[in-house]
Design a protein around this ligand. Structure first.
Ligand SMILES: *[C@@H]1O[C@H](CO)[C@@H](O)[C@H](O)[C@H]1NC(C)=O
Ligand SMILES: *[C@@H]1O[C@H](CO)[C@@H](O)[C@H](O)[C@H]1NC(C)=O
Length: 488
């Protein structure tokens, strides 16, 4: 007994030492500031005519003639990352995740909610154009090979702005179904903001889903080297079809979509991936909201979602990700922070549903409560914002120390305001190769992030580390809103 007491005491003092150590080490974080910036970032990615309300003013109108090669007006939308291509597949996923962020956490966003609405609408206005003709979906604009061979401002582009289209004979079920998901999710997110517009989005979502489902095929084959190896659909289009149906069900309550989800979920298997290509884990978490308290509990959604949680928790026996010494989640593949932000989102959303239903998750002998999921997400958010071995934030313009040389064309070159003359294809190289920080601050951009040893090379050449993308940021918008209200 005595021995026990001593060990408990020493455990306590050890714990106390650890708490003090983390208190001393940690950087104070401002989730509200990070939230504002995470949304502002999307203004820096805008293509087309910029509105008078544009806050990131170093960016100007660009790519105004997009679509002219097929006699369509396709100005607008978002540039994907550090290049100037409009890849509609990841753009649609980005829009879906912005919408989901608002659906779950919009009421916690305060004055930023209006900007979040605008960010969604910048996507949906564009997708309404891309789907204006029945049985045709504009799948991408800009030839990636041509784009990547230049380092140009979007405002100067003279690369090939080829338009890629999918049709009934050259189908693209993944890109079409993801656009349907984006339109359906946005119709929910914007329903209180603009009812008429929201109903219009839902109507279009149904049409686009039918096209995706009735004319099945991968845009890999229909578009070929326009999309591969850039945003190849690696794991097939069934996940997008089920995901699209799940969003349509949530938006419309139409049982047809629920039946589609139920009869096709088994074909996806228990994959725990979630990102622009794989929607599996997102489907299960999304559907779990409805079926968690289902007494028959014969659905696979809850067990699949539980498997996801068990694949993430650091002390779970079925953990399928790794954690760096500094505590950052890692999963194979480039731009690691895309996994960090999207999994953090799912952790918080699932924790909320668990809370409502008084549910816990069993991972072998480890029992996880909602708070465990939230705490894990918090360690990830805090790492991204500065509580990491390098004491740096991975969000541009946030905190004292952040990436200075991000791989992003517009951000490296002077604004048209400062240098109105055309900068030709390879004349941008000197900005790319410069040892100086980027000229324009792409505020709020989250980069690909550090290596597994927690090191970060602040270099434009290190693309997987220093390039931001829209789908790294989108789920983080919701996550930051959650932590802002929890810990203002
Ligand atoms: C798309 O192409 C990639 C790369 O070649 C391949 O791995 C994947 O299986 C293809 N997907 C489909 C749905 O054909
Ligand atoms: C990027 O930087 C990391 C160190 O943080 C290094 O391990 C990796 O090899 C670099 N990649 C490239 C392409 O330079």
């Amino acid at each position: 007994m005595r021995g026990n007491k001593i060990s408990i005491l020493s455990q306590r003092s050890l714990l106390l030492t650890m708490i003090i150590a983390t208190m001393v080490k940690s950087v104070p974080l401002n989730y509200g500031d990070a939230l504002t910036k995470s949304i502002l970032f999307f203004e820096g990615q805008r293509s087309g005519y910029l509105p008078a309300s544009q806050r990131m003013t170093w960016r100007k109108n660009s790519a105004l003639n997009d679509g002219s090669d097929i006699n369509m007006r396709m100005d607008g939308g978002y540039y994907d990352a550090g290049d100037n291509v409009k890849f509609h597949f990841p753009m649609a996923f980005t829009t879906t995740m912005l919408a989901w962020s608002v659906i779950e956490f919009g009421d916690l966003m305060g004055p930023d909610l209006q900007h979040a609405f605008e960010a969604i609408r910048w996507g949906t206005d564009y997708f309404l154009k891309a789907t204006i003709y029945p049985n045709v979906v504009i799948a991408q604009i800009g030839d990636p090979n041509s784009d990547h061979s230049c380092w140009e401002r979007p405002e100067d582009m003279d690369t090939s702005r080829k338009t890629y289209v999918v049709t009934t004979t050259k189908p693209g079920s993944e890109v079409s179904a993801e656009i349907a998901a984006a339109l359906a999710a946005s119709s929910i997110a914007l329903s209180k903001n603009d009812g008429r517009y929201s109903r219009n989005l839902l109507l279009r979502a149904k049409q686009v889903f039918d096209f995706a489902n009735n004319h099945r095929g991968s845009y890999n084959d229909s578009i070929g080297d326009g999309v591969c190896p850039f945003y190849c659909d690696f794991n097939g289009y069934m996940d997008e079809l089920v995901w699209g149906a799940a969003w349509l069900y949530k938006a419309s309550n139409d049982i047809t979509y629920w039946n589609f989800v139920k009869s096709n979920i088994q074909s996806l298997g228990p994959l725990t991936e979630f990102g622009w290509d794989a929607k599996h884990a997102g489907i299960n978490v999304l559907i779990s909201e409805r079926v968690m308290n289902d007494p028959s509990n014969q659905n696979p959604f809850i067990s699949n979602a539980d498997n996801l949680i068990c694949s993430l928790l650091p002390n779970s026996p079925t953990k399928a990700v790794t954690y760096s010494k500094g505590g950052l989640l890692f999963k194979l593949g480039p731009s690691n922070l895309q996994h960090v932000t999207s999994y953090s989102f799912l952790l918080i959303v699932y924790a909320r549903y668990m809370q409502v239903n008084h549910k816990t998750v069993n991972c072998g002998n480890v029992v996880a409560k909602p708070a465990d999921l939230v705490n894990l997400a918090k360690t990830q958010v805090d790492y991204v914002l500065g509580n990491n071995p390098l004491r740096m934030s991975y969000m541009v313009g946030y905190g004292q120390k952040f990436p200075q040389k991000i791989h992003h064309r517009a951000s490296t070159m002077p604004s048209i305001d400062v240098y109105p003359k055309h900068i030709k294809c390879r004349d941008g190289d000197k900005y790319f190769e410069s040892q100086s920080p980027n000229i324009n601050l792409l505020t709020g951009a989250i980069v690909g992030g550090p290596a597994e040893d927690d090191s970060y090379q602040d270099s434009r050449f290190n693309v997987t580390q220093s390039e931001p993308t829209t789908y790294i940021n989108a789920p983080f918008v919701g996550v930051l809103a959650y932590f802002k209200q929890r810990n203002p």
